[in-house]
Design a binder for this molecule. Sequence first.
Ligand code: SAM
Length: 248
Amino acid sequence: MDFSILTIFPEIFDSFVAHGIIRRAIEAGIVSVSPMDIRNFADGKHRITDDRPYGGGAGMVMKPEPLHRAIAEARKQNPAGRTILLSPQGRPFKQSVASEFSMLDGLIFICGRYEGVDERIYKYIDEEISIGDYVLTGGEPAAMIIIDAVTRLLPGALGAEESAEKDSFSEHLLEHAHYTRPPVFEDEAVPDILLSGNHGAISDWRLESSLVRTLLKRPDLLDAKTLGNREKKALKQWCQYIEQLISA
Ligand code: SAM
């Protein structure tokens, strides 16, 4: 998967590509991450990429010509790339969108700055994506978030000991609770089942933990979920605990 990023601050990505799973995925040839400086496509000695808005008002707008040239070059280098304009006005980015993007061969991100991009750039993009209902100063953190979430879904990107399968949002559930050593921390012990070696019981405990967390923290996710028998049983058991607590 090839990620191209059009930005006026390409150096922001230096550290992003130098660590952890992203670095490993680059080294393994699973992804390429190529920041491209929009200023290289701007005219004149000062390589200006923004200008005042027509009609007046505060802020600057990213000029269309450098962006248009940068998009054309990115498409040459990344011909299979879907061109994404990062914008708070776009389709909300979710795990399901990460999954959809992980099937593509490439993505080209346009990172806006200032008030955003000249409206005439819209006809050169495939899609507008938002990472949430808040406004960032620039699209670069949004590009990193999407690249990160997509990369970990690509075959081979996670090590054998890591897995995206049970991650939160897969199967419309949040992931179960985790514990590691020590077995007792500040008087709080790890649940016995997790130390039991009984894989069936551990799996049931994790399913219940996952369901209960989703119910408490993000009940909206369950609206889209069809519960199987195992899941219904786990929830019923939990309802029984609650009934016992209430009637005690
Ligand atoms: N004036 C724009 C508006 O109100 O819709 C916001 C511009 S914002 C200050 C500058 C740039 O940051 C945007 O062009 C976009 O690339 C990026 N950005 C800001 N918030 C974002 C979000 N929630 N998701 C994705 N990109 C965002």
